[in-house]
Ligand binder design. Structure first.
Ligand SMILES: [Fe+2]
Ligand SMILES: [Fe+2]
Length: 186
């Protein structure tokens, strides 16, 4: 345990406490994306299912990158439980809108983490978060575009699938990504 990471009141710095919470948020996001993927899969929308299955793996990697960072910085990774997810949907738009809300929420969480690192002069922590800040810009942008495409499709999911297969077929660029605890899955 690095003495610099401890404060007398809580044992851990605020940044490290928030980062441990974030591990739980990322695993929850992974679980939620898996549920969205299975919904699309069940309705014979393989393009959308593929995008969300892959997104689920990426969120899992985000959690394990944070665990790697905590271990490397002398913080015991007490893995939080996975939070509740939504599974009751009436149509594709609802799922994509939920994904966008989830990414916007995670962006706020990462910004709070960056603020805590800066407030505590945790330069290593601040540097670690740079990749995540960049990643969130991409993920919010992708989900926002996908929601526009679903709206434009106006119920024609064949058109949406064609667009998804054309525009969202490649995996994300993980260049410069932090290392994971255990194998990277995405
Ligand atoms: Fe994430
Ligand atoms: Fe994400």
């Amino acid at each position: 345990m690095n003495a610099m990471t401890r404060t007398p009141e809580h044992g851990l710095s605020k940044f490290h406490r928030l980062l441990l919470d974030q591990v739980g948020h990322e695993f929850t996001a992974s679980h939620q994306y898996f549920a969205l993927a299975a919904w699309f899969d069940d309705r014979d929308l393989p393009g959308l299912a593929r995008v969300f299955y892959r997104q689920s793996l990426e969120e899992r990697d985000h959690a394990t990158m944070m665990v790697r960072y905590l271990i490397d910085n002398g913080v015991s990774p007490d893995i939080p439980g996975v939070g509740g997810i939504e599974t009751d949907f009436t149509g594709p738009r609802e799922l994509v809108a939920l994904a966008l809300r989830q990414e916007q929420q995670v962006t706020e969480q990462i910004k709070q983490l960056a603020k805590a690192a800066r407030d505590e002069h945790d330069y290593t922590g601040e540097q670690f978060l740079n990749w995540f800040l960049q990643e969130q810009v991409e993920e919010v942008s992708t989900m926002s575009t996908l929601l526009n495409v679903v709206d434009r499709g106006n119920g024609n999911m064949f058109d949406v699938e064609t667009w998804v297969n054309r525009e969202l077929s490649s995996t994300g660029d993980a260049a410069g990504a932090p290392g994971t605890a255990g194998p990277s899955v995405s």
